[in-house]
Write a protein that binds this ligand. Structure first.
Ligand code: FA5
Ligand code: MG
Length: 417
């Protein structure tokens, strides 16, 4: 799983994250730029659009789901540290040791045992083990990903989990006393896990989809167009994604499913069934407030932030998009090293580190293999755009040249500049 050179070391031997010190090793690939984002917690900043979405979701769950004693059914957690163990982020979710989602190229590792969480699911098992039956969990997550207007290396997720005992699931069903959550000699099918009874799974799946559909309708109003898509996660089965129509395109906003029984079992809740979902707060906010670019969430521009300072949380916000300033683009071509160590995400990270939020998009525009030498060359187009002003050719050129130099020195490519 070692793919590609590690970005330049930070000063000193250890990685410092929020006052804690971690030894570096061959897995360390967090960059200073990324570490700057740890602790910012946009989702906890009052009136930030991500905070507004989070609060609206909380309010919806508090008022729609009431526990036996009139208490809110779901507890809400929004302060768990994004520094988690690899065990929490992957193993606790039954993600196999060789699963592609563990790649160094896709994650920010602090070292071989610790990382910045790649999803809020990293906390599912600990919270279920702590005895919680219904909870929401919001937090910042970190991924080395492609660069465009809906992807950013730090974004925010809200996780939801709800467990059901036999009584909770079947008590409202006629003749439910004779039904069971489990069956002993079952088979895994596209509909269900081997140990689950089909009737139990269907009720859990219905409750899950109903809960999420109600949430989305509450947030977006009855006009919103939705669709469910089957998908796969190692920690849920069956699994689904929900897509919302936005600016003429289907945008994936969440993943969810019926929790793997083995996960519940290892968390001490093997006698219950559960569902879980993980949704992207930025994606919802982009649709709801018509925010055209994911980088805007990090803007400190008053013209952006002041539009969200409303007194009443439920007050409709009509976001006036800041006028988009003109983009400039510049291509970069290089020969890929023969060593096989080059990875696209290393290049994207390098572009992020140097270009920061000036970079709107990076796309591979051309690939070429030399007929004689067999060497491979790639050409990427980098689109530069400032959210708050017009860029000059000169500043783009300076940044672009820095990227060219760093690509050669850090990634071992040979520039064709
Ligand atoms: C997950 O992260 C799963 N943990 C979700 C889950 C939870 C499944 C519980 C089952 C049970 P995924 O990688 O698809 O799945 O991300 C979930 C959501 O996060 C996406 O639907 C999207 O809304 C958002 N998202 C994913 N990548 C990005 C990104 N780079 N930038 C912004 N939002 C993103
Ligand atoms: Mg997905």
């Amino acid at each position: 799983l070692s793919d590609g050179p590690t970005p330049q070391p930070l000063i000193g031997q250890d990685v410092q994250v929020q006052g804690q010190s971690f030894p570096r090793d061959d897995f360390t690939n967090v960059t200073p730029k990324i570490l700057e984002k740890v602790g910012v917690n946009l989702h906890n900043q009052k009136h930030h659009p991500l905070w507004i979405i989070k609060e609206r979701i909380k309010t919806h769950f508090y008022s729609s789901y009431i526990g036996r004693w009139g208490n809110p059914l779901f507890s809400v957690h929004d302060n768990l540290s994004p520094v988690v163990s690899v065990q929490q982020n992957f193993d606790s979710l039954l993600i196999p040791p060789d699963h592609p989602s563990r790649k160094k190229g896709d994650n920010y590792y602090i070292n071989r045992t610790m990382m910045l969480r790649a999803h809020t699911s990293a906390h599912q098992r600990e919270l279920v083990s702590a005895g919680l039956d219904a909870f929401l969990l919001a937090g910042d997550v970190y991924r080395r990903d492609e660069i465009d207007s809906s992807h950013y290396p730090v974004f925010h997720q809200m996780e939801g989990v709800r467990l059901f005992s036999n009584h909770e699931l079947f008590s409202s069903v006629d003749g439910g006393q004779s039904l069971s959550l489990f069956e002993s000699c079952g088979r895994r099918t596209p509909q269900k896990q081997e140990v689950h009874s089909l009737e139990a799974v269907k009720l859990v799946e219905f409750n899950l989809k109903d809960t999420l559909t109600s949430l989305i309708l509450q947030l977006f109003g009855p006009e919103v167009e939705l669709r469910w898509v089957d998908c796969y996660f190692p920690f849920t089965h069956p699994s689904f994604e929900l897509e919302v129509r936005f600016q003429g395109q289907w945008l994936e906003v969440l993943g969810c499913g019926v929790m793997e029984q083995q996960l519940l079992h290892s968390a001490g809740a093997g006698h219950k069934l559960g569902w879980a979902f993980g949704l992207g707060l930025e994606r919802l906010a982009m649709v709801l407030f018509n925010i055209p670019d994911i980088r805007l969430f990090w803007s400190r521009d008053e013209r952006f932030l002041k539009q969200f300072r409303v007194h009443d949380l439920q007050q409709p916000i009509s976001f006036q998009p800041l006028s988009k300033f003109p983009p400039l683009h510049n291509d970069i071509s290089f020969w890929i090293p023969d060593s096989g160590t080059f990875s696209q995400n290393d290049f994207f990270d390098l572009v992020r580190t140097i270009g920061g939020d000036l970079v709107e998009q990076v796309t591979l525009v051309d690939q070429f293999t030399h007929p004689k030498t067999g060497r491979r060359s790639e050409c990427y187009r980098i689109v530069y755009r400032h959210m708050e002003r017009t860029l000059t050719q000169e500043e783009v050129r300076t940044t672009h040249e820095q990227i060219e130099r760093a690509a050669e020195s850090d990634l071992g490519v040979q520039g064709r500049y």
